[in-house]
Every structure is written in structure tokens, then in C-alpha cells.
Design a protein around this ligand. Structure first.
Ligand code: 13P
Ligand code: SF4
Length: 301
């Protein structure tokens, strides 16, 4: 089946199933183009919660689809490729977190949404890269931040708080090196540099703006800069170019590709809608506790 035919079938089945397609900004271009909503983790968790649909097809990675399943127990949440994981989310387990909590009994546990349901269930509040500073700012006393150490150190620098950091990282963002950003800046002296807070601190230090992927999309529209160097997963370039045809976007590193995000294809989206699978289900006793941490985030930001 060619792409045109696939898209036609997806649109028909979406109607039939009363489904909504949510896609993350890192998805392959053709998947972004069929989405009802495209966004960062925060935008998508809000959209999942308010969508008037029976079925949510989540084009992203497992923790994102799981977040939708936690927030919307009455909807069927589908992840078109069940193997689409996130190595950063794998870096903290509920058991390891319980051990760490025992060492810091008074600490408020803030978990980045790039974590699994059982870790969220052990947390007081969740955050995304879009609202982490705002959330930590309001917390008094000790904060245990999991699992991304670089988002954590960024939040610490912005809030002036000393956080207990977990040694997790995203290999995709780690692959963006300061030398590359410096070289591109020298080649394009009028360009602005925007980077994701999962980047190394040395890369963040070279940036004009440190933003979530949704923040980058909003910023690209507002800035007067005509050339923007983008330090995050390269999938976002498709959206940035489409929404800002008069501006030039240069990836800080062509190597910054998240293989898990690229597992989703139009064929897999169609199969998901046909078979209503693979489904994302979270055990109820974990779901309700994880939902408390997500509700605390949505209520705060
Ligand atoms: P955003 O929430 O900024 O879209 O980031 C999600 C992510 O997985 C970054 O690697
Ligand atoms: Fe996980 Fe990094 Fe991929 Fe984001 S880019 S989904 S943090 S591996």
C-alpha cells in the first residue's frame, strides 16, 4: 500500500473507531502529518486527558502512551509499536527509587514524565521539560529529582535549589557535542541556538534558549532570527520548517536521532486502528497512585 492509500484508510478507520491520533514532535514527518495533535510531553498529556474520543493512538514512546492511559482510564490507548521504549526512562526502577527515598525520607520526589507508571506511583509530583522549573520552584525543602541528571541540574541552576539528582541521561541528547554547536555558530554568526534541557550542561551553556520541544516550536514563530540552530532530536525539524517556511533550521547534530521514536510508521498506525492493539494498560493500584503525581503536576502548571 502506498502512503496515500494508507492515509485514506487511517482517516476512515479513525472516524469509525472515534479515535484521536496524538504525535510527539520527534515522530517521522509522515506520522506528524496525519496527527490530530502534535506536541511535547506536556501538551500531549493535556490533549489525551481532554480528548473527546474512545480511542487514543499514541505516536510516541511507551512512557508517553502510558501517561495517557494513566490519565484516561475510560479510553483505549494504543501504542502502534510496543517496542518503542525510552532508555532514559529505563534508568530508574520503582525498587531503586524506594531505596533512595529511604535514604532521604523527608525529600519531595519529583519525577520527570520520562519514567514508567510504577516510578510515577512512588513520586509526589511529575514534571516535563516544559514545567520542571515552575514545579520545583514551589517545593520547600529537599527535592529528589529522577531520572534525568541534566534536566535536574538545569532546574537547580534556575531555581537556586540544591537537588538530589539521579544519574540518568538521554543518549540522543548526550550525542550533541559543544564543539558541533560552536562550529555551527561560527559558520552562522547571526543564528540563534535553542537546545533541550536534556542536553549536556556544556551545550546548554552555549545556547540562547533552553526549551522543551513545544517551547522551541512557539519560540521559532516569535523570534526575529532567520536562522536557528536546534539542539534536540532531529524529527522536530520537520515541524519547524513546515510552520516557518521563511526561516532556516539547522540541526545541532545529525546524529541526534531517537531510534525508538522512529519505530512508529503509517503501516503500524493503520494496524493499530484495525486490530485495536497493542493496548497500553496500567494495573489499577499503580495507575491511581501515578495519577495523583500527574494530577499534582497538571494542577500546578
Ligand atoms: P519534550 O517534553 O520537551 O517534548 O521532551 C520529551 C523527550 O522525550 C525529550 O527527549
Ligand atoms: Fe527517551 Fe531520549 Fe528518545 Fe526522548 S529522545 S524518548 S528521552 S531516548
Amino acid at each position: 500500500m502506498g502512503n496515500e492509500e494508507l492515509i485514506e484508510r487511517i482517516v476512515e478507520l479513525k472516524e469509525e473507531r472515534n479515535a484521536v491520533i496524538l504525535a510527539h514532535n520527534y515522530q517521522p514527518g509522515e506520522v506528524q502529518d496525519i496527527a490530530d495533535f502534535l506536541g511535547d510531553s506536556l501538551d500531549l498529556s493535556r490533549k489525551a486527558a481532554e480528548a473527546d474520543a474512545d480511542v487514543v493512538v499514541f505516536c510516541g514512546v511507551r512512557f508517553m502512551a502510558e501517561t495517557a492511559a494513566i490519565l484516561c482510564p475510560d479510553k483505549l490507548v494504543l501504542l502502534p509499536d510496543p517496542m518503542a521504549g525510552c532508555p532514559l526512562a529505563d534508568m530508574v526502577t520503582a525498587e531503586a527509587l524506594r531505596r533512595k527515598k529511604a535514604e532521604h525520607p523527608g525529600a519531595t520526589v519529583v519525577s520527570y514524565v520520562n519514567s514508567y507508571a510504577d516510578v510515577k506511583a512512588e513520586s509526589d509530583i511529575c514534571c516535563t521539560s516544559a514545567n520542571a522549573v515552575q514545579i520545583v520552584e514551589k517545593i520547600e525543602g529537599e527535592v529528589l529529582f529522577v531520572p534525568d541528571q541534566y534536566l535536574g541540574s538545569y532546574v537547580a541552576s534556575k531555581t537556586g535549589k540544591e537537588l538530589i539528582l539521579w544519574p540518568g541521561f538521554c543518549h540522543v541528547h548526550m550525542s550533541i557535542l559543544p564543539q558541533e554547536v560552536e562550529r555551527l555558530r561560527a559558520e552562522h554568526p547571526d543564528a540563534e541556538v535553542v537546545v533541550h534541557p536534556e542536553c549536556r550542561p556544556e551545550v546548554q551553556a552555549l545556547a540562547d534558549q533552553v526549551l522543551s520541544t513545544g517551547g522551541m516550536c512557539r519560540y521559532a514563530k516569535e523570534t526575529d532570527a532567520e536562522v536557528i540552530i536546534v539542539g534536540t532530536e532531529v524529527g522536530i525539524i520537520h515541524r519547524l520548517r513546515k510552520e516557518n517556511p521563511d526561516k532556516t533550521f539547522i540541526p545541532a547534530s545529525e546524529r541526534a536521532v531517537c531510534p525508538n521514536m522512529k519505530r512508529i510508521t503509517l503501516e503500524k498506525v493503520l494496524h493499530s486502528l484495525e486490530d485495536l492493539s497493542p493496548r497500553l494498560e496500567v494495573p489499577e493500584q499503580v495507575r491511581v497512585r501515578a495519577k495523583d503525581a500527574l494530577d499534582a503536576m497538571v494542577g500546578t502548571s
